[in-house]
Write a protein that binds this ligand. Structure first.
Ligand code: SF4
Length: 327
């Protein structure tokens, strides 16, 4: 078989972005992410070790993947992640490295993350109201998040995005506050449609469609489209406010899906490859990774990538646990 230099699926989409969940654990118990009794956590033996992840990254790099995003659960609850990222950076100085985090643990590791030359951080924060925050996370304190963001900025991490999932009746009145917070802190706010991943949690009444998110922005008429950052930068549509210069991203993950330009693959904490967020079909990679059989691993990945579904509407089974696959 001729050496494959870049991954393509059966529809010709180039797949150059890999999201790696490093843990299924989280220090929060968010209402819309986990059931109240929590979820059964994987044991250490079940999840990929750092050497496994490094080998996996090498193989994906060889297949043309240019961006790795570390997710969870909450990735920073896994001990040693930041040192691992530094090692990976030394080996791969030119890849993009990103992380999605709730920021609550950033305070103690932001400096080291900056040393790893992390390219971007996505901070998930849906409300600025301390009481609501405590209620929705069941255990979290919003001050830790604010401290984490400040530490990241102080360490010199530049590209920090604030991701807020908008839910009717919960935080839809907070858009102006989120916008001014983002402006004050120098973050890029992105509003995200509430995805129907778990039927038990997602409610139709709570769903706000992307165009309504846009219409509800303060000074509605002043917002102008400034393009879509496709490629490895994600699926947001960006808008700029003519008067204030504020920028905002809208991720209409449900109403205006970005499948046509989807470039992403996901690997779960236990080493299962998922070619589409909504497709329950997974390809287990752990055993092949542990054999360190590079040729076989490439073959398995190339074959799985070729089967990536065209779009979510053909595969959605409506019951995906976000905590286990890192969003
Ligand atoms: S639904 Fe699947 S194919 Fe569509 S953008 Fe999401 S991950 Fe990609």
């Amino acid at each position: 078989m001729a050496e494959v230099k870049e991954l393509r699926d059966g529809y010709g989409r180039r797949l150059n972005y890999l999201r790696i969940s490093v843990t299924d654990r989280c220090n929060y118990r968010c209402l819309y992410c986990m059931p109240s009794e929590g979820v059964k956590c994987l044991s250490h033996a079940e999840i990929l070790r750092y050497e496994d992840i490094k080998f996996l990254c090498r193989v994906f790099r060889g297949l043309g993947v240019e961006k790795f995003r570390f997710t969870g659960g909450e990735p920073l609850v896994r001990r040693g992640l930041v040192s691992f990222m530094k090692e990976l950076r030394e080996e791969m100085p030119d890849v993009k490295m990103a992380m999605t985090t709730n920021a609550s643990l950033l305070g103690s590791c932001a400096r080291e993350l900056a040393e790893a030359r992390i390219d971007s951080l996505n901070v998930s924060l849906d409300t600025l109201d301390a009481e609501k925050f405590a209620k929705v996370t069941r255990v979290g304190s919003i001050d830790a998040v604010f401290e984490g963001i400040s530490a990241a900025k102080a360490a010199g991490i530049k590209n920090i995005k604030l991701n807020a999932v908008l839910i009717r009746g919960f935080n839809d009145g907070e858009v102006p506050a989120l916008l001014s917070f983002a402006r004050r802190e120098g973050l890029l706010l992105r509003l995200i449609e509430f995805m129907p991943l778990q039927e038990s949690i997602w409610k139709k009444d709570a769903f706000i469609v992307g165009r309504d998110l846009l219409a509800a922005l303060p000074e509605g008429a002043a917002w102008e489209k400034s393009g879509r950052c496709g490629g490895s930068d994600g699926p947001a549509e960006y808008y700029v406010n003519r008067k204030t210069g504020d920028k905002i991203g809208i991720i209409a993950a449900v109403s205006n899906h970005f499948c046509k330009s989807c470039n992403r693959l996901r690997v779960s904490a236990e080493g299962k490859l998922r070619t589409c967020l909504f497709n329950p079909q997974e390809t287990p990679l752990k055993e092949v990774i542990r054999r360190r059989d590079e040729r076989l691993l490439r073959e398995v990945i190339v074959a799985a990538a070729a089967e990536k579904p065209r779009c979510w509407d053909v595969v959605n089974n409506g019951d995906i646990k976000m905590s286990g696959i890192g969003g």
